[in-house]
Design a protein around this ligand. Sequence first.
Ligand code: HEC
Length: 317
Amino acid sequence: MRNFILGIVVAFVLAFVGVFFYFDLGLAPVATADKPMPMEAYFAKKALHARISRETPKRDVSGFTTADLVTGANVYQADCAFCHGLPNGTKSAAANGMFPAPPQLFTPDGMVTDDPAGLTYWKVKNGIRLTGMPGFRASLSEQQMWDVAALLARADKLPPEATSALKPAVVDPPDPPAANPSASSPAVTAPEWKDARQISPAELAKKLSGPAAGRPVVLQVGFKVLYEGGHVPGAIFAGPASTAEGAARLKTEAGKIARDKEVVIYCGCCPWEKCPNVHPAYDELRKMGFSRLVVLLIPQDFAHDWIGAGFPVQRGR
Ligand code: HEC
């Protein structure tokens, strides 16, 4: 009996020493390209499943509308595509170098269409520890997390509106340095709004997809329903400047922006020179001292000249 107990103790000590040296001597895999540890995948999966099956919310997402899926697609485009890829897109360099690899969620092998949406929602909300999968509970709303879960549940049969929101963004090479240094100095705001500097939708979309330093602040100075229906990604709702309430909101929002920052304003309810909002907004911002004020050229309206032309759109608040 004594020997038996001794045997057990020795076995434990040896096992402990073995594990200690395995880590201490640098035998354990730590690079993403290393082979997995013995039973690593098994334990990781087991722990994950045990936790998730306790917490997965049940929700039928088959009733989610096209608009919900488009919201999901915009979230995906902004927060997930970098690792999980787009339909027909290629894998990013980061995705190629991760362990575990992020499944490409729009390829037949990577789709999670068989998972209940609640499972995907849980993963989006909480992330998966010790993998590259971030948790989004602090950065996305409940609705956004469900919308993206619903999108992935239906990844193989999406409505065309959602698919078109998942097109790869056109990335332009950075602009070459200006040959003439004065050409890159900030344009001075014209005193007359009719002489205002103008930017075309294509030029603005290009700037917004370019390096962060070159992106202007975009203020939507139109009506709220227009803004919620779809706006330039990242645009701030500054209120219709033709109303007293809108003008007050514009002052508050603009007050937070550095005066030498390039600011693009648009409304989009109608052609820009006829618009009731762009003109007063321009005058107000000029008074506030913005030195690089630009008006987005909208020959007809936002729906036609921006959304209809296929530029990226963000919906909701
Ligand atoms: C920085 C990279 C990265 C980003 C960004 C990212 N993920 Fe992940 N994701 C991963 C990795 C890596 C895994 C694999 C984890 C594993 O193997 O356990 C994963 C796993 C998943 C899974 C589980 C897939 C399966 O087959 O079970 C889902 C679903 C998922 N991610 C959805 C999303 C969504 C939705 C977003 C955006 C809101 C997102 N991820 C953003 C890296 C990322």
